[in-house]
Write a protein that binds this ligand. Structure first.
Ligand SMILES: [Zn+2]
Length: 484
């Protein structure tokens, strides 16, 4: 009896050691010389900015598929419905007591203007607080509201900006403004794309003006000058209403029907070249697949390496996947998203599931030297793990240091030179270790029921965040997420 127990223990230890050896080899390979950075350079410099619906986006899909095929990873393209929005041109003019041409960009999902533009009084709406609307009274009607912003320094600032903007847009609608001219939250004339809170349902004219130009206009208005803003926005028309995800797959050796997802979104906005958001993590996901395949590592579960599309315009690619694979979701054991540039991964957000935290701790052990790591049990709609989380599938979002992410977010400056190549390599090793852990661990965490998902929505900050991103109505109406 004892001898059998000992023999079993030796066997079990042997299996464990083999698993440990596999993850160590994967981590070492990812830290070694790989095409990770040259892939990122090619995607960003050669394909460039790639909003869903654009020709560059279609080239990015081909590019991603080719990288998987070169690596010997099986690949499929899966189409999904989307709501494309692409600026064709945008400009603004300030006239009245003082005239000048501010730098301007259209906000995603702004309405277009007539070809000659739309002109209206420009009024000082401060930071868009309720008191500012009270002070303005009837003056908001049919006007452009000039709204100041705080300078954006980091990811916390970015979240504050989105939350504030959603409320201000709502106030502007109630106050029957024609539109909002936002002061850019980035200095030195830097422009970026800040999504309208209501997405495709938006009905306001929304532009962002260069911070310095907007500051000048604020000072003029406060000095008693009268100004009028003309905004001219032309949108691309006839865009395709479907796009494609690129899914690389390494099939599981003994539980092929169980699926681990590791994903990053391939689409980007178009002012810069989508390096931090999110070419860097696309290259990371591809490299994890490539090194696994190159080493001949056979995960027990199937791993799907997802290059999502349509993310920036409303998380449409991952939503499309969840709808298409609805019947298989009970067998999806984890879906992870990487979407915050090249800042150090300091742990993972576990989406309201405390049971995930010790599991992730364990899977990070092979890369403990790249830590420290702390898991945070926070549920956020920020990126493509969202629809998995809302379907009760265990989900993770990499929690990364802000680094260069905030100031370059959706901006003209989101280019290859902003990537921290060394940290991106380290992040790939971290992603590899966690992916390997979920693909090989004996026991999988259960999918949550609709009631359990609802409890997370109601008992965390998630509900407020869903409302700010216009996702809550779709959830309560049963169009998105698992209902009780
Ligand atoms: Zn992103």
């Amino acid at each position: 009896m004892r001898r059998i127990a000992l023999a079993l223990a030796v066997l079990a230890w042997g299996a464990l050691a083999a698993a440990d050896e596999a993850v160590d080899r994967l981590v070492a390979a990812l830290l070694g010389d790989t095409p990770l950075v040259s892939d990122l350079r090619a995607l960003t410099d050669e394909v460039g900015g790639r909003p869903t619906g654009s020709e560059a986006n279609r080239r990015a899909v081909e590019w991603g598929g080719a990288r998987f095929r070169e690596a010997g990873v099986a690949v499929t393209k899966e189409s999904f419905p989307t709501e494309p929005w692409i600026e064709k041109s945008a400009s603004a003019r300030i006239a009245g007591d003082v005239s000048f041409i501010p730098r301007a960009v259209a906000n995603p999902f702004t309405v277009a203007t007539p070809p000659a533009g739309t002109s209206a009084a420009l009024v000082d709406a401060g930071f868009g607080e309720p008191a500012d609307f009270e002070r303005l009274g009837e003056k908001t009607k049919g006007a452009f509201l000039l709204v100041e912003t705080h300078e954006l320094l980091d990811i916390e600032g970015l979240f504050r900006e989105y939350m504030a903007a959603a409320a201000i847009e709502q106030r502007a609608r109630v106050a029957r403004a024609l539109g909002i001219a936002w002061m850019s939250s980035r200095p030195h004339d830097l422009l970026y794309r800040h999504n309208a809170a209501l997405g495709p349902k938006n009905d306001l004219v929304l532009v962002t003006l260069g911070r310095e130009d907007a500051g000048r206009a604020v000072r003029l208005l406060r000095g008693g000058k009268r100004l009028e803003l003309t905004a001219r926005i032309e949108l691309e028309s006839g865009l395709p209403r479907s796009a494609e995800n690129v899914i690389g797959e390494i099939r599981g050796s003994d539980r092929p029907d169980e699926v681990v997802i590791v994903g990053a979104h391939l689409d980007s906005w178009d002012l810069g070249t989508g390096t931090l958001d999110n070419g860097c993590n696309v290259a990371l996901v591809i490299d994890v697949a490539r090194q696994m395949k190159r080493l001949g590592l056979a995960p027990r579960r199937t791993i799907r390496f997802a290059l999502w599309n349509g993310e920036e315009q409303g998380l449409y690619g991952s939503l499309g996947y969840v709808k298409k694979h609805a019947a298989e979701l009970d067998k999806h054991v984890m879906a992870a998203s990487f979407d915050t540039g090249t800042g150090r991964i300091q742990g993972f957000l576990t989406g309201g599931r405390a049971d995930l935290m010790p599991v992730v701790d364990e899977f990070l052990r092979p890369v403990a030297g790249l830590g420290p790591f702390t898991q945070v049990n926070f549920a956020t709609p920020g990126t493509d793990h969202y629809d998995f989380m809302m379907e009760g599938v265990p989900s993770l979002m990499a929690d990364q240091e802000s680094a260069t992410y905030g100031p370059n977010y959706h901006a003209r400056s989101d280019t290859f030179d902003k990537a921290d190549a060394r940290q991106l390599k380290l992040n790939a090793a971290i992603a590899g270790a966690v992916t390997w852990g979920f693909a090989n661990r004996d026991k999988a965490l259960p999918r949550l029921s609709g009631t359990e998902v609802e409890a997370i929505v109601e008992k965390t900050d998630l509900k407020g965040l869903m409302q700010a991103f216009d996702l809550y109505d779709d959830y309560t109406a049963g169009r998105r997420g698992r209902r009780p």
